[in-house]
Design a protein around this ligand. Structure first.
Ligand code: FUB
Length: 444
């Protein structure tokens, strides 16, 4: 009995570990991710979407609490659990489900969490609250009242090299900026409108600095869904010169996108959201991809990927359906799963699925296992190094399992010894029609 209670206690205390690839988190809907490097780790502070009950939330969004996530390798993510709940906010309207896009930043060893919430006093659509902690994952102590002198959504705080902090916020035709006092919760001076930005709806401002240039980035919606755009300047308050888009708008009915940009271990990354799991624009899932700059400092366009960021250990169940590239096959969500899980299906002879950055350096691998299902005559699953023309690593025969969802594990010896970090490709061989379905592969 004591053991049982101990196990329950551990489940409550121990953080929940999730695996990379896009979307990053599958056990919760997460949106508006703000990523920060804190104590050498990469933290992400997203908002959380839940399904709205009749009459709840605003604009179709129901957002009751915040979680914090962290990773050291950009692939394994720890969910530190709920850090703030809507009904803990003293100035907030109870059960208003309006905890929209947050931010968190460190100053002098303290962590300041900024969030928009619906005020009990009905003085604005959203006010901005602050909570303070000694560690990025909390516990956070909520300030009793909202910040005076600002009202709006999507707070973002930037601290310049001279220690001056700036609060950016807003949604609508205008985005705003104001200096913060040293206490990080009182505004200092007048709120200004950011100048030099294109017309039409904007929100989710995110400021970062690189090589002395201030990058003011924002989701923009001239029409249809949001695209990620940016402007650059020589001062945190602008004016800025509009430079265009770095992520195109969604074309599949997810109206919002909301992002942050961070440099971690020498690589720039953009965190953003889409509705990959739910296909419902109010139940979003955060994603991440590498971001690159041109020699002149302009940002290269980011094409959202399923593979995402980080390096996958070869000993993991490698979810090749989160591919880098695919040919003559598809990736679809499996039905009847408790947690979202995809499969590679509609596989044709000559098709392939490429998965980048697999780490073979930790062990000597001699075998590979694949989870497959097949309601046809089967075929061969080849695993190759690099692209589909690459050196053969293993060749696994696949036979019928008599149903497309009757899964079995098949294995083969490695024909090539694998070292370091490698891209791999699963190449599908067989006769006519669809050959088999593939869930994951794992090196042993
Ligand atoms: O998540 C709710 C709101 O939608 C955010 O505050 C906006 O940026 C948009 O993502």
């Amino acid at each position: 009995m004591i053991r049982f209670f101990k196990a329950i206690l551990l489940m409550l205390i121990l953080p929940f570990i999730v695996e990379g690839n896009n979307p990053l988190v599958k056990h919760l809907y997460t949106a508006d991710p703000t990523a920060r490097v804190m104590n050498g780790k990469l933290y992400v502070f997203p908002s959380c979407d839940i399904k709205c009950a009749e009459g709840e939330g605003n604009n179709g969004f129901c957002m009751p609490f915040y979680h914090a996530f962290s990773s050291e390798n950009m692939f394994d993510w720890t969910d530190h659990g709920r850090i703030i709940d809507q009904n803990d906010v003293q100035w907030g309207k109870k059960n208003s489900y309006g905890m929209w896009a947050p931010d968190c930043i460190e100053k002098d060893g303290k962590y300041y969490y900024y969030f928009p919430g619906m005020p009990e006093d009905s003085s604005a659509f959203r006010r901005i609250g602050v909570a303070i902690a000694k560690s990025p994952e909390g516990p956070y102590k909520l300030e009793k009242d909202y910040m005076k002198g600002v009202s709006g959504i999507d707070p973002n705080v930037f601290i310049d090299d001279d220690g001056q902090a700036y609060l950016y916020y807003g949604g609508g035709e205008k985005l705003q900026v104001v200096k913060l006092k040293d206490d990080m919760k009182t505004i200092d001076g007048e709120v200004k409108t950011i100048m030099g930005l294109p017309a039409k709806y904007k929100e989710g401002p995110f400021m970062f600095k690189r090589n002395g240039v201030y990058y003011f980035t924002f989701p923009h919606s001239p029409s249809g869904s949001e695209e990620l755009a940016y402007a650059i300047g020589t001062s945190p308050m602008g004016p800025f010169e509009y430079k265009g888009l770095f992520m195109q708008r969604w074309t599949d009915h997810c109206w919002t996108n909301h992002h942050s940009v961070v440099e971690y271990k020498g690589q720039w990354i953009v965190f953003y959201h889409h509705h990959d799991i739910s296909k419902d624009e109010h139940l979003r899932s955060m994603c991440a991809d590498y971001l690159n700059f041109n020699a002149d400092g302009t940002i290269q366009e980011v094409i959202p990927s399923l593979r995402g960021i980080g390096i996958c250990p070869a000993s993991n169940k490698i979810q090749v359906d989160r591919y880098t590239d695919i040919h003559k096959a598809q990736a679809n969500l499996m039905s009847d799963q408790e947690e979202p899980n995809w499969q590679v299906d509609y596989i044709e002879n000559g098709g392939w699925v490429k998965y980048d950055r697999v780490d073979f350096s930790k062990k000597k691998y001699t075998k590979v296992t694949a989870r497959v299902a097949c309601d046809a005559q089967g075929g061969v699953l080849e695993i190759r190094q690099g692209g589909h023309w690459g050196k053969l690593i293993a060749s696994i025969p696949v036979k019928s399992t008599e149903a497309w969802n009757n899964w079995t594990e098949v294995e083969a010896e490695l024909q090539t010894s694998m070292q370091g970090v490698q891209n791999i490709t699963c190449v599908f061989k067989g006769d006519k029609g669809y050959l088999y379905n593939l869930d994951w592969i794992q090196f042993r």
